[in-house]
Design a protein around this ligand. Sequence first.
Ligand code: ATP
Length: 488
Amino acid sequence: MKKCSYFFDFLISHAKVYGFIFPSSEIYGGLNAIYDYGPHGVELKNNIKEFWWKSMTLLHENIVGVDSSILMHSDVWHASGHVDKFNELLIDHKDSKKRYRPEILIQEYVKKNFLNNPKKKEEILSRLSQSLEKKDLGDIKVLIDELCICDPVFKTKNWTDIRHFNMMFKIKNGKDLYLRPETAQGVFSNFHNIVKSSRMKIPFGIAQIGKSFRNEFIARRFLFRMREFEQMEMQFFILPEEEIKWYEYWKENRLKWHLELKLGDKTSYQLCDHDHLSHYASAGSDIEFHFPFGFQEIEGIHSRRDFDLKNHEFFSKKKIRIFEWKKNYIPYVIETSLGLDRLFLAIFSSSLKKEKLKNGKIRIVLKLPYFLSPIKAAIFPLVRKDGLQEIAKKIFHDMKIHHRLVYDEKESIGKLYRRQDAIGTPFCFTVDYDTIKTDTVTMRNRDSMEQKRIHIKEISKIIKQETGFEKVLKKLYHFILFFSYFSL
Ligand code: ATP
């Protein structure tokens, strides 16, 4: 645990020092669980978004996009069930004034204290599960009392009763407005317009990337649980009788997508079916990733059936239906919902390495997938004299509109390499005295640190081939064809 928290402190500091993530409003003391993306962070984040967007809308001609507003009519949230049911359980500790989720308190207590008594552990967790199922808040409280669970800091048992806590942020603006807690409702409320304007036929999907807000009262683990975050969601509309087929397909597809990021092998992921479903879902599965603090959800795949469209029909009194093949019906929905910031954390944490070099020195390197790196290549002159700067600057200016590059001459070549390693730049090209004679430069690879000479004319082609999206998109497309997506 100590090792994990040490690594986490190192990661947070690295993210700040190298311009990836800053605490929001830091000059005023910060804001709990809200973060800003710095110059390199925003590039990495944009690349992740672009990769997801292309994987959805380029590789599937029957998936279209939308960008709906954050604020919506408050009836949207009544229809979706979020006003009544988007709740978490909450317990307050009267002495420490801290808030906890009671089920997590119990789970963590049991994990720690019944390591050698699996039978007892199972018994308590099963009782907890039953109480959650029956929504028996009284019994969960009794369980906390029986186990004598104390506040971790105050070591006392002075707990309040357990109550429900709605996770939506409410804005008073005459009428109540809500900051959306998921992007999906912008898709459902636009369903009719999208079908009409895009002439989509079942099965088809609608993809969206956008901000969501949840009043997480236990926000921790950096980007993992934030109060303002971004989601990349896709709702796939299908014939009701094809629910299982598409649910299984999208689980498989999304896992394959994660594996293509090469953050780890198959053992870094696990698919877990939900015991407790969200209020809108009839089936749900999480893709869990092995974060530095253990396996945790990174993406959810749900079958929402006709829950949302049916409720919007009822609340809006407008027909939201598909008329096809002489049939008139409300389609079912399979949803894939990925947290952009959580994925950013997964990518950042699994890429950040401290490596011991042959000379005994340590280098810090961010081994990002090349196609996601904020900067694709750096161009340096070996020294700031004898015309080397001019050649290096010309290479940089000739290529800068094709690739995201940096030109740097501010430090010695060794330090310049280290800086690019720390922000994950896959290639560095150095102009030296041989460049003047042979039109060649030294190409240095981030991961292997190997150097070789290449002709100036080859630079652009190498950057495109090695750091572009095409290679990985092609692999995903083969997967889609292999699974005969288009005839499923
Ligand atoms: P959790 O159980 O971790 O609270 P959830 O099951 O409520 O997540 P969903 O409603 O399925 O999450 O949301 C889909 C995805 O959105 C999640 O898999 C996660 O990647 C992301 N997400 C949800 N809540 C947050 C948050 N507070 N901060 C960052 N990302 C989040």
